[in-house]
Design a protein around this ligand. Structure first.
Ligand SMILES: *Cc1c(COP(=O)(O)O)cnc(C)c1O
Length: 455
């Protein structure tokens, strides 16, 4: 097809073939391996090369299939590694529409309807976190970009032009994206201060209190306290209420990293366990984790959206025709992107199609499944599993030691049926199980548990 403008009939035929490819993929997911074998072969590299002549879709789809079936099966039900996502195929259908109509959502007046649609997603998220009127945010490419904009907003609001003495408080379990954001935002490495944690790997508020006082006495300016709503390693939730109180006393910005665990706010147990999150000045979520969306959508919610805009708004003469008639936000004023992926529809469509309750139920199921895994593993005298899962992540080791734990991990990984990842906590090797994919159900968790117990 050498025309860049296929006819409607041609598009329908292409679309049908693509949807068929996707549906077949989905049908096979339950039985696909969790880790694909081997290296990329030369023939695939050859077939991927770009050429001047057109190639038929019938020939390209199998090549795409070979490219996807490599590495890990990140959409499958036996993906318990890192932070699983899954990727709702109905979100991909929303994205198909969004990309095909190609609306410009950086500036509200250029497509107010699509910005209103994206705002309805953000408004809903703000409501779930009980944020007041005036709160707002932005859908980003992921949690890291959302965190950067939160750090920049806090920096500008609280440090002004003099950033050299500003300090941010994290724990050793805080995600690397906070230190990376601080670096990109121009803060020196010493600005990121690591607060000790308690036995449950949660920030110790008394230790933070002491650090804040000492740092102030040294002439430092604490401007941001970061609480975890679920660490990546174990799902530990910092004492968010206590951190919020300390932030208020210090006049500092209280940021909550909910990239992994924030979505559990949709459940009654989650609200209980994340108590204090509603006091945050900013919250980062990753819909491409906890809301089962395909990769490429994070969210930043800010208590006072005008602070976010103040930090990101820049004007230029080539944007002078923009009028702001709609009363909707210009997302270009809220983050680092101007032209952007229109991320609203890929969330809005599945949320409306399935209904929000389906998401609450799925997240509740993940909490139950993690609990189930914990009960069964903790009952085995050979296993050391120090932390009851605060959310849906467990870390465990064999009492026989690091070498034995690593050997078991390597064996399971090599089998390729179940995907687990490992981490190091307090210098000890731990196997992690994170239950978060929407396709993961009791049979999958039982299979993983039984495989571990089989030794
Ligand atoms: C995944 C994750 C991030 C980073 O988000 P990306 O979407 O990967 O950029 C930040 N914090 C936590 C706790 C995470 O799990």
């Amino acid at each position: 097809m050498n025309s860049l403008e296929p006819t409607g009939a041609e598009l329908r035929a292409l679309g049908e073939a693509v949807v068929d490819f996707v549906a077949s993929f989905d049908d096979q997911l339950a039985e696909r391996p969790a880790v694909y074998p081997g290296e990329i072969d030369e023939r695939l590299l050859d077939d991927l090369r770009l050429v001047d002549d057109p190639t038929g879709l019938g020939e390209l789809l199998p090549t795409i299939g070979r490219a996807t079936d490599s590495g890990i099966e990140s959409a499958g039900p036996r993906h318990f590694g890192y932070i699983p996502a899954g990727g709702l195929p109905t979100s991909a259908l929303g994205q198909l529409i969004a990309l095909a109509v190609n609306r410009y959502t950086a500036v509200a007046d250029l497509t107010p309807g699509m910005v209103a649609l994206e705002e309805s997603v953000l408004r809903w998220l703000c409501d779930e976190f009980d944020l007041p009127r005036g709160a707002g945010g932005l859908l980003t490419a992921g949690g890291s970009g959302a965190t950067l904009s939160a750090v920049v907003a806090a920096r500008d609001a609280l440090l002004g032009g003099d950033i050299a003495s500003g300090t941010i408080y994290v724990s050793e379990h805080t995600h690397l994206c906070v230190a990376k954001s601080a670096h990109v935002a121009g803060l020196p490495p010493s600005a990121v201060r690591t607060v000790p944690v308690d036995d449950d790997l949660r920030i110790d508020p008394a230790a933070l209190d002491r650090m804040l006082r000492e740092d102030r006495a040294q002439g430092l300016r604490p401007f941001m306290i970061v609480g975890n709503a679920g660490t990546t390693d174990t799902g530990a939730v910092d004492p968010l209420e206590a951190l919020s109180d300390l932030a208020r006393r210090e006049g500092a910005w209280f940021h909550v990293d909910g990239a992994y665990g924030g979505a559990f706010q949709l459940t009654a147990r989650g609200c209980e366990r994340l108590r204090g999150v509603t006091q945050a000045d900013s919250i980062v979520l990753d819909p491409h984790k906890g809301l089962f969306m395909p990769y490429g959508v994070g969210a930043l919610l800010v208590r006072d959206a005008s602070v976010l805009s103040a930090a990101h708004r820049h004007d230029a003469p080539y944007l002078q025709d923009i009028d702001q008639l709609s009363g909707l936000p210009d997302y270009s004023d809220r983050g680092i992107e101007l032209t952007r992926d229109p991320r609203g529809l890929r969330m809005w469509l599945p949320l409306r199609l399935h209904g929000v309750q389906a998401f609450r139920d799925a997240l509740d199921e993940k909490l139950d499944l993690a609990e189930l895994a914990y009960e069964r593993l903790a009952a085995d005298p050979r296993i050391d599993i120090p932390w009851r899962p605060p959310l849906s992540t467990l870390a465990l080791r064999l009492k026989a030691g690091d070498d034995a734990t690593r050997a078991l991990f390597d064996e399971i990984r090599a089998e390729g049926r179940i995907l687990l990842t490992s981490t190091s906590i307090r210098d000890r090797f731990h196997i992690r199980i994170c239950v978060l994919a929407h396709r993961t159900h009791e049979a999958h968790v039982t299979e993983a548990v039984e495989r571990i117990l089989a030794g």
